[in-house]
Design a protein around this ligand. Structure first.
Ligand code: OAD
Length: 247
């Protein structure tokens, strides 16, 4: 170990030519953005985040879903990238790093990274639920409210929906193709802060390994893909990444 970093991981990070990082909600946890599977707090504690992120929830009560997403958008606006986001951005300046994220926040970008693929869309790209027209910027909520009517589309009047991909919806093919290409062509994949249960993202580490890459999980807790990776490091993104990637 060097400063708490397993030596094997330091060597892998230093020698990687085509690294890929796959991030999930845990990447942003230390920025104060709650993960999906952690308990929600305050107004939203009796709602299950995974259920809110679904077409069923939207069809049943769009005002609840819209209020929840606009509150998350406000929370992300006020959040700052953490030391893990910053370490990845600096690594990206020295290497051919590609970032694939399941996160709908923009904290990688605000730390200075270019994200190769946002698999689950973005909090900041709402669009019409009927005609698909992009809605343009919408001011997020600063205080949580339980219901908020989605604004009407300027083109057809349909309700504006969040720009996130929901459970059961097809993933945008562009980002998905990029993500598969990243997995097939990387030599090292770091899997950070994801529970590894939502497909197809959860299949990317397996594809990377089958394609010859070394796969490392960085997560404080065991996950659905811990058994399928080469190395596991039980630490957080904000502590582990700066230690691993700062020479
Ligand atoms: P989850 O909420 O399922 O999992 C978060 C993971 O982050 C867990 O494995 C935690 O152990 C880990 N974690 C927590 N704090 C951490 C920290 N400080 N550093 C590193 N890891 C930490 O989030 P995702 O796996 O991203 O999809 O969830 C996948 C998808 O399911 C989301 O994109 C979203 C969700 O429902 C859709 O909305 C379609």
């Amino acid at each position: 170990m060097t400063g708490g970093v397993p030596e094997v991981l330091r060597t892998l990070a230093r020698s990687a030519r085509r690294p890929v990082v796959l991030t999930g909600a845990g990447m942003s946890a230390e920025s104060g953005v709650p993960t999906f599977r952690d308990a929600q707090t305050g107004l939203w504690e009796r709602f299950d985040a995974a259920s809110l992120a679904s077409p069923d929830a939207w069809n049943t009560d769009p005002a609840v879903v819209w209020a929840w997403y606009q509150w998350r958008a406000g929370l992300v606006r006020r959040a700052q990238p953490n030391a893990g986001h910053r370490a990845l951005a600096e690594w990206g300046e020295r290497t051919d790093l590609r970032i694939v994220t399941q996160n709908v926040d923009d904290l990688h970008e605000r730390a200075g990274s270019v994200v190769a693929a946002h698999l689950h869309g973005s909090l900041f790209e709402p669009r019409c639920s009927v005609c698909g027209t992009p809605a343009g910027p919408i001011e997020p909520l600063t205080e949580p409210v339980e219901r908020l009517d989605p604004p009407p589309c300027a083109r057809c009047g349909g309700p504006i929906r969040p720009g996130a991909v929901w459970f059961g919806e097809p993933m945008p093919t562009g980002p998905l193709d990029v993500a598969f290409d990243c997995a097939r062509t990387c030599d090292l994949m770091l899997v950070i802060g994801t529970s590894g249960v939502v497909h197809p993202a959860a299949g990317l580490p397996v594809l990377a390994r089958e394609s010859g890459a070394t796969v490392v999980e960085i997560n404080p807790d065991p996950t659905g893909i811990s058994h399928a990776v080469d190395h596991v490091w039980r630490t957080t993104a904000g502590i582990g990444l700066p230690a691993l990637l700062t020479d």
